[in-house]
Design a protein around this ligand. Structure first.
Ligand code: BEZ
Length: 210
């Protein structure tokens, strides 16, 4: 069965552009974004990896480590990284896993045979410091992902963990949040002394906690 939200992220050890990596060690105490791309030396993947490299400081700020993967061998990754820097204006600054035997790709269900039976699709797994999977995404090979959106989701997840608020449609940093339904009004009085606006008993809007 496919990995689901709340599952423990399966551990693995694989070669990468930054040496051998074991997922659980690599992610110890941090969030991890594990994402696959279909193939080295392809245009959309080149733009994606450049974009992630440019966002490294934003991931760092949120205590997130990023980890790319494709089924290409390490020697191809190493030959390709120069192209990423040359064409995207930013050097690769996070590890790219090599998975030529598809060990990790199969473990995480990153190969979708009806799309392509040999290459990984554009999968994303956001894994929290407790090693639980908190988000999964699957995009087709022809569509580059929006990594700013991933940062937005991570902000939302971290707010929920810390302050028991959810985030409404199209929420951005600084916008109002929603008190999660599992928090009673009694508890909310303690947690949100500034109060909230109750549109409905189930829709309680509060300023974003900091
Ligand atoms: C790309 O990265 O450009 C790409 C890879 C596989 C299929 C289509 C596009």
């Amino acid at each position: 069965m496919a990995l689901q939200l709340g599952d423990t992220a399966p551990d693995f050890t694989a070669e990468s552009t930054a040496g051998k990596i074991s997922l659980h060690d690599y992610g110890s105490g941090s969030w991890v974004v594990l994402f696959s791309h279909p193939k080295d030396f392809t245009p959309v993947c080149t733009t994606e990896l450049g974009a992630v490299a440019k966002l490294k400081a934003e991931f760092d700020k949120r205590n997130v480590k990023v980890l790319g993967l494709s089924v290409d061998p390490l020697k191809d990754h190493k030959a390709w990284v120069g192209d990423i820097e040359e064409t995207q204006g930013c050097a690769l600054n996070f590890p790219l896993l090599a998975d030529p035997d598809r060990k990790v790709a199969n473990l995480y269900g990153m190969i979708h045979p009806n799309a392509n039976d040999t290459l990984t699709v554009r999968s994303v797994f956001v894994i929290d410091p407790n090693k639980k999977i908190r988000l999964t995404l699957t995009y087709p090979a022809s569509t580059g992902r929006n990594f700013e959106e991933l940062l937005r989701v991570i902000d939302s997840l971290q707010l929920t963990d810390k302050h028991k608020v959810a985030t409404p449609v199209n929420w951005r940093q600084g916008d109002d949040c929603i008190i999660v339904p599992s928090v009673s009004n009694e508890q909310a009085k303690e947690m949100f002394p500034g109060g909230w606006k109750e549109h409905k008993p189930y829709l309680r809007v509060v300023k974003q906690p900091h």
